[in-house]
Design a protein around this ligand. Structure first.
Ligand code: SAM
Ligand code: ZN
Length: 175
């Protein structure tokens, strides 16, 4: 499943250590905006099977090679995965993940210069039963100016604003 299609042109990328996290994927030549760079390959499994494989992880361990395709299917790039599984997240990415007919591709959304690290926005979906420290667990270290601090999506809504001073005064007098 992870073998490249012989008709596909090898993408100009290499896997090496990343300043963002662990290993990352870097351009070895200029990549044009819009180019389909690499398919995210791996074993196609159900959500139940993904839970069975990985739900026992330590609570603070956010490392995952899973990519959710739809309500039925998850790609586990820990099995039969290719280089695409090492593309890190950024809040200001140069790539995007595109799902087409159940397959996942990493496409360039701007020109990428040689030596640049490839990134896409993981947009890991929040879930109703997320623990309170979920944002710390999935903290983003992309270091970009507009880093939202988390790989989760949507970003946490802003906390409720305190009431304006006049209403606080009125409450105090009413006590
Ligand atoms: C698909 S792997 C990417 C490859 C990873 N760097 C490695 O060496 O295995 C996804 C994991 O990398 C880490 N990661 C990727 N981008 C990150 C970022 N911007 N900030 C913090 N951790 C990140 C998280 O642990 C995430 O679950
Ligand atoms: Zn970020």
């Amino acid at each position: 499943m992870s073998r490249p299609d012989a008709r596909e042109e090898a993408p100009p990328i290499e896997v090496r250590e990343s300043p963002l996290h662990g290993l990352g994927v870097f351009a070895t030549a200029r990549i044009a905006r819009g180019r389909r760079i690499v398919e995210y390959r791996g074993e196609r499994i159900s959500h139940a099977e993904a839970d069975r494989r990985y739900d026992h992880k330590e609570p603070g361990d956010n490392h995952t090679f899973l990519f959710t395709v739809d309500a039925h299917t998850v790609i586990d790039a820990g099995v039969d995965g290719n280089e695409a599984r090492f593309v890190n997240h950024s809040c200001e990415p140069n790539c995007e993940s595109v799902i087409e007919a159940g397959r996942v591709f990493i496409d360039a959304i701007r020109t990428i210069e040689p030596g640049e690290e490839l990134t896409y926005d993981y947009q890991i979906q929040r879930e109703a039963d997320d623990p309170p420290d979920i944002d710390q667990v999935f903290a983003c270290r992309c270091g970009r100016e507009r880093c939202r601090g988390t790989m989760l999506w949507p970003p946490r809504p802003p906390p409720p604003r305190p009431p304006p001073p006049r209403s606080r005064e009125r409450r105090a007098r009413g006590r």
